[in-house]
Write a protein that binds this ligand. Structure first.
Ligand SMILES: Nc1ncnc2c1ncn2[C@@H]1O[C@H](COP(=O)(O)OP(=O)(O)O)[C@@H](O)[C@H]1O
Ligand SMILES: [Mg+2]
Length: 273
């Protein structure tokens, strides 16, 4: 009995094994592995062009992998659309959030899944319910918006990421994928987003957090996957790696040493011709 439970608990929500993907002649991914567990934050780190977005587009149902295996709760899948991913509980928040900026926050929260009341020709949007629920759900995630009627475009980039996270939680996502949610944000706003990443994790979601910032990753991450030019450059659980090691691997430790050497050997600015 107990062993059955253990096995179920260890089956990842999402398991990518030896994933390969080409765009024509460009090899975007080769031999990449990624496990996502409930209540864990899995960070995907890598420089520009490392293949991070390609990897999460496969998870999100936007692209299909060429080789390897993609399993959702143990079942082999080939997703054909983002809708299919969403139906299986995988919600993705893209960097350039597809929000209609003049829409009130509550309208955006329910976009595409609006509840209606009444019947037949009298059926209409349940605006009161949407307003109330949006406010409640944001509060539950610790976001206290004074006015859910304000246009979503008036929120800061960080707040918009947070609304998207709260929305995924409310609509029952099991896996939440965030593509560089802190890339364009300042220190304070990044902190706010990281708090909601932790809140989603505490709700039991499996979070995939894409970033090129090892400091942000280490603040919330349980496991770390490093990509380099489309291949695996490392995969570690939190107790296997320190922030210093993660930072050094991200910066390409050796390359950075070479660069330091080169810069130190240059003549000081004042001594130059
Ligand atoms: N739609 C596409 N068509 C052709 N090449 C692409 C496409 N998307 C990404 N690539 C290429 O695949 C590689 C990985 O890109 P990407 O996954 O966007 O990396 P990252 O998100 O880590 O910056 C890059 O060389 C990029 O130019
Ligand atoms: Mg990217």
């Amino acid at each position: 009995m107990t062993t059955d439970v253990d096995v179920t608990e260890r089956t990842p929500l999402v398991a990518l094994t030896d994933i390969g993907k080409r765009y024509g002649n460009v090899r975007a991914l080769e031999g990449v592995c990624l496990d996502v567990h409930a209540g864990d934050v899995t960070c995907v780190l890598g420089d520009n062009g490392a293949g991070k977005s390609t990897l999460i587009k496969i998870v999100a149902g936007l692209h299909r992998h060429d080789t390897g295996s993609f399993r959702i709760e143990g079942e082999e899948v080939r997703l054909s659309s983002p809708r299919e991913a969403l139906d299986r509980g995988i919600a993705t928040v893209y960097q350039d959030l597809a929000v209609v900026s003049l829409m009130p926050v509550w309208r955006n929260f329910f976009l595409g899944s609006e509840p209606r009341k009444g019947a037949g020709p009298f059926k209409r949007l349940d605006v009161d319910f949407m307003r109330r629920t949006t406010r409640e759900q944001l509060l539950r995630m610790g976001i206290d918006l004074r006015d859910v009627d304000q246009p979503i475009g008036t929120l800061s980039g960080g707040e918009r990421q947070c609304v998207a996270i709260a929305r995924a939680v409310y609509f029952g996502a099991k896996v939440l994928v965030l593509d560089e949610p802190t890339a364009a944000l300042g220190v304070k706003q990044s902190g706010v987003v990281l708090k909601y990443v932790a809140a989603a994790r505490d709700e039991g979601l499996g979070v995939v957090f894409i970033t090129h910032n090892p400091h942000h990753a280490y603040l919330v991450g349980d496991r770390f996957v490093l990509l380099k030019r489309g291949t695996m450059a490392g995969s570690h659980t939190r107790d296997e790696i320190t922030l210093e090691e993660l930072t050094s691997q991200m910066a390409g430790g050796d390359e950075l040493d070479d660069l330091r050497h080169e810069l130190e050997n240059r003549a000081p600015a004042g001594a130059r011709g």
